[in-house]
Design a protein around this ligand. Structure first.
Ligand code: ARG
Length: 588
């Protein structure tokens, strides 16, 4: 099934083409003035410029062709040459029926089996995840759900930060504390203990201590650098320690991502490409793509057309250690070998944009990306109500775990205020609060275009009215309750639409817009388009529901049609919220 706006664009495009104009002028979109028309096409204005003709005259010719199509109930020209369009009720009902019968609800098939590797999350081993990693996780998870729904073959990879200087800092911190001398004993031949000498709680204390020590004391920094290089050169005791750090961190990360409802297909990290890094470096050297510079090995990536400075990508430092760009480059090779992707999408803070530009250029120069397009889908900062990066009350970095606890507590408070769930069991109330809390957090984040910084205002985003996650959950739960009360035996979401009112038409148009919203969100890698769509759907439903007494309707066909609309609205809302990673409680 083609998305409705796309279907109409093809029809209008053919009309322009029949007038000897480019079919691309036939772009049709939902009307800016829903009170005047359902759809509009503005192409005559642009076409007039190209053809040096009068826009109204072009609009009239195109409109005359469109009028011949029985799909349209109205074709009108407005202003300087806008074409306003309404579909017939039959056309709407027919498309709605097709959508309702489709398990995918008419979702686009833009993926067509194409392969996507999506890199997001990116927490660092031995450091607790903080809100800085939240946006990557929430946006990345929504994008993986969306691309999958649109027919892509998707593999998500968390790409843990587990190979840089922070690992060397931790190793030398363990050495200084004398906790586990065996790992530093050059004569020891193994095997090393199975139990980790440190817990996640230890790491949380040790990491800040280690990085402070390295800042204060150049000798400590040199030690940490040496430990990093030795680790990367496969010193057995360091590798064993590294594995412990990795294992204890993974347990903590698993727990946090599970509570966020975020899933990764792969838990690979920077370290996982270590075995292919040596051969990669040799190959790049042999092909003279990597060159010596001040004792380091670099790939120059500047171009004549550059307007800003473009430093070379550093592959190997003079002490032999590899860097973030090296592991990213080797990871491209790994992904191309294992998935042969069409697209690799990196959902990472926009402040790393230069890094990705360097990596992408280096990959292109080295010819290692296969058929893959490499693309950075960046995002801005989550700020507090003071407009500065979000912090705890005490001014520290807010950990994700505490943030989830905070939004859940706020949800509990709100639910109690509304008197929701007073008679439910404590477990059910807690489960609802959790879902509402997560919805608060995710919707707040996703409803802003990813590149804009936004202010996380808990008070505003936890409300049950306005453009919020809880509002949409509540809207869906309300439809569930209507359908429960209707108790219709042969109820099916197929709407069997009998159209009698503007409210019904508006709701149907919104329902039919699902595929366009999903395509648009994919094209711009922008879940906020789905948020907007879901909000407008809930509002269209609300106006429809306010206009009619559905349950007490005496005309059977009308009642069935309206219940069908309720059912389809619920199905669509559930689907879109699922694309946002938001669950809907059974009742609230
Ligand atoms: N670990 C990195 C950080 O915390 C993010 C990793 C993003 N992914 C990548 N392929 N570089 O900033």
């Amino acid at each position: 099934m083609t998305a409705l706006a796309a279907e109409l664009s093809a029809i209008a495009g053919a009309a322009f083409a029949a007038e000897g104009l480019s079919a691309s002028f036939g772009q049709v979109q939902r009307s800016d003035r829903p009170d005047l028309a359902q759809f509009q096409c503005n192409g005559a204005l642009a076409a007039a410029k190209v053809a040096k003709a009068n826009p109204r005259a072009i609009a009239e010719k195109v409109a005359a062709r469109l009028k011949a199509d029985s799909l349209f109930a109205k074709v009108e020209i407005a202003g300087p040459g806008f074409i306003n369009l309404d579909l017939t009720d039959d056309a709407l009902a027919l498309r709605l029926g097709t959508m309702a019968k489709d398990k995918r609800l008419g979702a686009p098939e833009s993926g067509d089996g194409k392969v996507l590797v999506i890199d997001f999350g990116g927490p660092n081993v031995a450091k607790t995840m903080h809100v800085g990693h939240l946006r990557s996780s929430v946006i990345g998870d929504s994008l993986q759900r969306l691309f999958r729904a649109n027919g892509w073959h998707v593999t998500s990879d968390i790409h843990l930060g587990d190979w840089g200087l922070q690992m060397g800092q931790l190793i030398s911190e363990v050495a200084h504390r004398g906790i586990a001398p065996i790992y530093f004993d050059a004569d020891f031949t193994g095997p090393y203990p199975v139990t980790s000498p440190v817990t996640m709680d230890d790491l949380e204390v040790m990491f800040p201590a280690a990085s402070a020590a390295c800042k204060a004391d150049p000798a400590r920094l040199a030690e940490a650098r040496q430990a990093t290089a030795d680790l990367q050169a496969a010193r057995p005791g360091y590798r064993a320690l590294w594995q412990h750090f990795f294992n204890v961190s993974k347990v903590g990360l698993d727990r946090e991502f599970a509570s966020l409802g975020v899933h990764f297909d792969l838990w690979k990290g920077e370290a996982s490409v270590d075995p292919i890094t040596g051969p990669m470096v040799e190959d790049l050297k042999a092909r003279r793509i990597a060159v010596e510079s001040d004792g380091a090995l670099v790939i120059p990536v500047e171009r004549n057309s550059d307007k800003k400075e473009m430093p070379p990508l550093i592959l190997v430092k003079s002490d032999g250690a590899v860097l973030y760009g090296t592991t990213d480059l080797a990871t491209v090779i790994d992904r191309v070998a294992s998935q042969d992707p069409d697209l690799i999408l990196y959902v990472v803070d926009q402040r790393q944009h230069l890094h990705f530009e360097q990596v992408f250029r280096a990959a292109e120069k080295a010819g290692i990306a296969g058929k893959a397009t490499l693309e950075h889908a960046g995002f801005g900062t989550m700020n507090g109500t003071d407009g500065k990066p979000f912090k705890t009350r005490a001014g520290g970095v807010m950990k994700l775990f505490d943030l989830i606890a905070m939004v859940t507590a706020e949800a509990e408070k709100r639910l109690a205020e509304q008197g929701i769930g007073a008679d439910y069991s404590a477990e059910e109330r807690a489960a609802i609060a959790r879902m509402v809390g997560i919805a608060t957090l995710k919707f707040a984040d996703l409803s802003n275009y990813r590149l804009t910084d936004y202010i996380f205002d808990l008070e505003r985003f936890s409300r049950f009215e306005g453009k919020t996650g809880p509002y949409l959950q509540y809207a869906a739960v309300r439809i569930k309750s209507i359908l429960r009360k209707a108790d219709e035996k042969d109820f099916a979401p197929a709407a069997r639409a009998v159209l009698t009112s503007p409210e019904e038409r508006a709701l149907i148009l919104q329902l039919l817009g699902l595929a366009d919203a999903m395509s648009g969100a994919e094209a711009r890698r922008a879940p906020n388009i789905l948020c907007e769509y879901a909000f407008e759907l809930a509002q269209a439903f609300s106006r429809f529901y306010a206009a009619f007494h559905i349950l007490s309707e005496s005309d059977d066909a009308v009642r069935a049609s309206r219940l069908g609309l309720c059912g389809l609205t619920l199905a669509v809302l559930t689907k879109v919220l699922d694309l946002l990673g938001i669950e809907i409680p059974e009742r609230m």
